[in-house]
Design a protein. Structure first.
Length: 58
């Protein structure tokens, strides 16, 4: 998924597993301190809107 546009990545993640939600975060990939959540996938993008970190559940 690295290099894919963020909205396309979100669609792929949510289509692959309808029980998860793709959550886009800024270029620093700042996430919340919530406990591990298995229905959320962090999608970190660069300033061009491309995924720059392999998406992970959490």
């Amino acid at each position: 998924m690295v290099g894919v546009k963020i909205m396309k990545a979100k669609a792929i993640v949510e289509r692959s597993n309808p029980k998860v939600v793709g959550v886009s975060v800024d270029g620093r990939c700042s996430t919340t301190l919530d406990p591990f959540c298995c229905n959320r996938v962090w999608l970190c993008s660069d300033k061009n809107g491309l995924i720059n970190v392999t998406p992970v559940v959490g």
